[in-house]
Ligand binder design. Structure first.
Ligand SMILES: [Zn+2]
Length: 512
């Protein structure tokens, strides 16, 4: 018995020694790393680099990333020909945030608040405490918390196959006609009347439950509360309408429901109306959910008002990480934040994305010109709202916001419905819903189902024959007719489908 005890003690000692030695050897540093092509991404993945942040994609498809790596092993990066620079020798001794300027930032000496480690365009990667980052938010900076979890390092080689032309669609227009301006106004007023939706107030819990109950009232398939705890218990309501053709594909519609106020004489615990920021994005989300619940789309849609956007995009980061963990097939996340302030007859709306999401941005702009009286334009990259969390987690995400930024009311106690234009907001909601439906239709097809009715049958064979030999309409998107996944629609696809339907041949693949 005694011998056993001694052996166990020795074993524990050995484990402690090895662990201690491992710790001494381990000397991670934070680096900035420039990834310029697919081979750079492959090398970085092979070397097992942990990436914690990815700046918006450049026009040439390259990315500047922040990563952690063992200092003694940096030579292997040199050997691989990767371009890097050490930016922090003591990683995570304090937290990191991405800080960027908004349209009404009171510019200040950022280095008084924390250490600026990397600046890329208008984005500053800073080592800074939560408290100091929130002080900068009070000065009108956008803040995004950087979490210590590895992000997927994916080269953006995906091909978006949008329908070739996006003509006016009466069926989209009839769904848009269901948008009720009265509901948008009444629900935004209701959110304002919670007095505050500050993340640490009691009343945000009431607002959360009200949102959940509204979603249930719309007859939505599944409504639940996604819980997480960063610095407090928080919940994102999640309302899911299951897709009719490709339920495995998911589009996320977001827009935070928390609010905040800054400045002397204000107290976010008692009054932070947040009618524009972001009652408007929240109620647009609700109105789209109400309509889609009764008119499901080919793909699944999750409507998610996020918590704690104002503390650094926290609720959306947890949720994007959750979806990433489930390996969710998520073609696009659409974010709406501050969409009802408009001066006079401007009717401007801004769409934010980056080089990797320009196709989606252009689609939204075309939806605005086809279905609304708005003037939509690309406004560059932004880290100012929840889309950025999805971008970090490797998903395409775009963000729409009013063209006339609510300068005097933003994060102030006068952010109330009386300052907003609901006819304008109705138009923005039309643009949002048209985009959602169009994206759902263009991503929600089955390969081998050019009729897009969700079933692969003889009608699909006839559709292809009609296209190939009788000048019938082409499969749109083309992939829906390309059962062999060889990049062409031809007689091989017809044979493949006949083989599958009548001779027990292989099933058309889920993706090419
Ligand atoms: Zn906001």
């Amino acid at each position: 018995m005694r011998a056993v005890k001694i052996t166990i003690l020795l074993l524990i000692l050995l484990v402690l020694m090895v662990w201690g030695a491992g710790k001494a050897l381990s000397a991670p540093v934070l680096i900035k790393l420039q990834l310029t092509g697919e081979s750079d991404y492959q090398k970085a993945n092979q070397l097992g680099i942990s990436v914690y942040h990815k700046f918006p994609t450049e026009v040439d498809g390259s990315n500047l990333v922040i990563a952690e790596f063992e200092k003694p092993l940096l030579l292997s990066l040199d050997n691989a020909g990767l371009v890097y620079q050490i930016v922090d020798e003591e990683p995570w001794s304090e937290g990191y945030y991405l800080i960027s300027e908004s349209e009404r930032t009171e510019k200040t000496e950022l280095s008084d608040y924390g250490k600026i480690l990397v600046t890329d365009r208008n984005f500053h990667f800073m080592k800074i405490s939560d408290e100091k980052a929130r002080l900068l938010a009070g000065k009108g900076y956008y803040i995004g918390k950087v979490f210590r979890h590895s992000l997927p390092l994916k080269y953006q080689s995906r091909k978006i196959e949008l329908p070739k032309n996006q003509p006016f669609s009466p069926s989209i227009d009839s769904l848009l006609s269901l948008i009720s301006q009265d509901s948008l106004y009444a629900w935004d007023l209701r959110l304002q009347n919670f007095k505050t939706r500050y993340s640490y107030s009691d009343s945000i819990i009431k607002a959360r439950d009200w949102l959940k109950n509204k979603f249930i009232g719309f007859g939505i398939d599944s409504v639940w509360l996604f819980h997480y705890n960063y610095d407090s218990d928080q919940w994102n309501p999640v309302a899911t309408v299951v897709g009719t053709v490709r339920p495995d594909k998911v589009l996320v519609v977001g827009g935070h429901y928390d609010s905040v106020v800054y400045g002397s004489g204000t107290n976010p615990y008692t009054w932070a109306p947040g009618a524009d920021d972001n009652g408007t994005g929240t109620v647009a989300n609700m109105e789209m959910a109400r309509i889609i619940a009764q008119n499901p789309l080919p793909v699944t849609v999750m409507f998610v008002p996020f918590a704690q956007e104002e503390q650094g995009l926290i609720g959306s980061d947890y949720f994007a990480g959750y979806l990433e963990g489930l390996s969710t097939d998520l073609p696009l996340m659409l974010d709406f934040d501050m969409i009802a302030h408009n001066i006079g007859t401007h009717k401007a709306v801004k769409i934010y994305g980056d080089a990797s999401t320009m196709d989606w941005v252009n689609l939204m702009i075309s939806m605005a010109s086809t279905y609304t009286n708005l003037v939509a334009s690309y406004a560059g990259q932004s880290s100012g709202s929840d889309h950025y969390s999805f971008y970090q987690h490797g998903y395409d995400a775009i963000f729409a916001s009013e063209g006339d930024f609510f300068n005097y009311g933003w994060h102030k106690n006068c952010d109330i419905v009386d300052s907003l234009s609901f006819p304008y907001m109705k138009q923005v909601t039309r643009m949002c819903l048209a985009t959602l439906i169009s994206v759902a239709r263009s991503t929600g097809y089955k390969i081998g189902d050019p009729t897009q009715d969700g079933v692969i049958d003889v009608a699909d064979v006839l559709y292809l024959i009609n296209y190939l030999y009788k000048a019938g309409p082409a499969p749109d998107p083309q992939l829906s007719g390309d059962a062999t996944c060889d990049g062409h629609v031809n007689i091989d696809d017809v044979i493949f489908l006949i083989n599958y339907l009548f001779k027990g041949g292989p099933t058309p693949p889920g993706s090419c």
